[in-house]
Write a protein that binds this ligand. Structure first.
Ligand code: SIN
Length: 287
């Protein structure tokens, strides 16, 4: 099999074809995958059903994986490295997170050591009239940074931002009410401060690190000014020219860079249409 990289045509995103991830990948193949990933920021593999074991083995090549503590009101039967994102309910309990990705965000931005990479494997996809629903959108925040006017680049250099999940939890409560009070309470005190412009640890690109889901406050800036700046920049990050929209196929596995991209899910389906995704998270990449 020959590995090939097919670019999406958008600012980010590429398919990697010709690799069988049901088997361990050799070092030379892994080096090509890694290189494609850090070039295109989002890459995906199609056409093979991958078990949790395949998924974890491949993910662990990129670094240490996060083990998830799932709250008791979720039903979960899978290894701790697997985080389920799903609308499925079994025995009256959600089997996984059912509203992940409602707002644009980067995974784990509210941790002191934010996540490096997320890898999502499609085990069940909702299909209607021959089309798979539940697309995921990805935005390149390196492209967004590069496109900023010089004056804005200068203005934001050195700024620090508080990142907190309470931003998205408040927005969710405004539109949908208290959807998951147990999780919301558990996350209420989580927050971290990060540079507004992060330097990517692997490729050195400048990444605009603000999202509508988590960017709470610019440090040492009056609240009104901070709100205006964050609104302007978070809207800028997700302009159509920086976005790749992934229309899933069953058994797709897609991985994204949590420093150089943001993502958002599309909630255009509901039960009885089932969607089940398994996600691994690389905490510290092997830079
Ligand atoms: C996520 O935000 O991690 C989930 C994205 C999706 O389900 O499409």
């Amino acid at each position: 099999m020959t590995l090939s990289i097919i670019r999406s045509g958008a600012a980010l995103g590429a398919e990697i074809a010709g690799v069988d991830l049901t088997q361990p990948v050799d070092d030379a193949t892994f080096a090509k995958i890694r290189d494609a990933f850090y070039t295109h920021e989002v890459v995906f593999f199609r056409g093979r059903r991958l078990s949790d074991e395949d998924h974890i083995r491949f993910s662990a090549r990129f670094g240490e994986l996060r083990k998830i503590k799932i709250p008791p009101h979720y039903k979960r039967e899978c290894p701790p490295e697997i985080h389920i994102v799903s609308n499925i309910i079994e025995d009256g309990k959600h089997i996984g997170l059912y509203d992940a990705g409602r707002f644009w965000h980067t995974d784990g931005a509210y941790f002191i050591n934010p996540h490096a990479i997320s890898i999502l494997n499609a085990l069940e996809v909702p299909e209607k009239d021959g089309r798979v629903l539940g697309d995921t959108l990805f935005a390149s925040v390196t492209a967004a940074y590069n496109a900023l006017p010089q004056a804005m680049k200068k203005r934001i250099e050195g700024l620090q931002v508080v990142q907190s999940p309470t931003v998205r939890d408040r927005k969710t409560a405004q539109t949908d009410g208290d959807r998951d009070p147990v999780r919301v309470a558990a996350r209420a005190k989580m927050q971290a401060v990060h540079p507004m412009v992060r330097i990517h640890p692997v490729n050195g690109r400048r990444c605009l690190y603000v999202s509508e889901g988590y960017a709470a406050q610019v440090i040492d800036m009056p609240e009104d000014e901070s709100n205006d700046l964050l609104a302007e920049l978070t809207a800028h990050c997700v302009k159509p020219e920086f976005v790749y929209r992934h229309n899933w196929r069953l058994h797709d596995m897609i991985m994204w860079d949590d420093c150089s991209t943001q993502h958002k899910a599309t909630f255009d389906y509901e039960l009885p249409l089932r969607r089940r995704m398994h996600r691994t998270t690389v905490i510290h990449g092997n830079a």
